[in-house]
Write a protein that binds this ligand. Structure first.
Ligand SMILES: [Zn+2]
Length: 239
């Protein structure tokens, strides 16, 4: 078994998507460590949280204290048991925005921690029948003139990145807000026992901007000659 990081294929020119998810949780301000922070990359496009807190409240990008955030987090976890991780700055609901440019690759460019795919390519991947693909959610366009639909993979945070001594020692998280200050290691390594067996695309739970895929997924993309994505192997560490 091999695991790969999914990266944007910069060598192929393409148009891109610009937009954002429908709702974002606030950032957090911590009285212990003094930091104001949010996590990038925790995104649940299929989950509608608007009725939990009221739209007006969510539309404000406010920052809240730790206790208030824990209440928000618990409300979401109670309501949506399929979610295991909620962080400050987590995004919910479908992407809304616009496509810019022309000649789009199969994996449509957006931000590196979100995987968008054209419907024709998604159908081709799904028809191979051997992949456990994540749930997908249709992207909503403000002004739709594109000939194809675009979908976002809802990528669950599952695998665990190894932080080890040769990069930056694993700094204990803040005991109040849980913030970690690790830098991204130059060489990515993943704990073997954290790799989900039932998902061919997932993100690293302790560094959710990193999207990881199985070798099956890489092979399927290669077989179908899908464009807009490339892969880099992630070392697997047995712990
Ligand atoms: Zn803190």
């Amino acid at each position: 078994m091999n695991i790969f990081r999914a990266l944007e294929q910069r060598s192929v020119p393409s148009g891109y998507f610009r937009g954002e998810h429908s709702w974002n949780l606030p950032g957090i301000t911590c009285s212990r460590c003094g930091e104001i922070w949010a996590t990038t990359g925790v995104e649940y496009p299929s989950i509608d949280i608007s009725e939990l807190f009221g739209l007006k409240e969510l539309e404000k990008r406010w920052v809240v204290g730790v206790e208030e955030f824990i209440k928000l987090e618990q409300t979401i976890l109670d309501k949506f048991p399929q979610i295991e991780i909620v962080t400050p700055g987590s995004s919910f609901g479908p992407l809304v925005g616009e496509l810019k440019g022309r000649n789009f690759t199969d994996f449509v460019r957006f931000v590196p921690w979100t995987l968008l795919i054209r419907e024709i390519a998604l159908r081709a991947l799904a028809s191979m029948g051997k992949l456990n693909l994540p749930e997908t959610v249709k992207v909503q366009f403000d002004d739709h003139e594109f000939e194809d639909n675009v979908f976002e993979f809802q990528i669950m945070p599952k695998g665990t990145l190894v932080f080890d001594g040769d990069e930056q020692a694993d700094v204990p998280p803040c005991p109040v807000c849980g913030r970690r200050s690790n830098a991204t290691p130059r060489k990515l390594k993943i704990h073997a026992d954290s790799i989900p067996r039932n998902l061919d695309v997932f993100r690293l739970a302790n560094l959710p901007t990193i999207i990881a895929t199985s070798e099956r997924f890489v092979n399927a993309v290669s077989e179908l000659r899908l464009t807009g994505i490339e892969f880099e192997e992630i070392e697997i560490v047995n712990s």
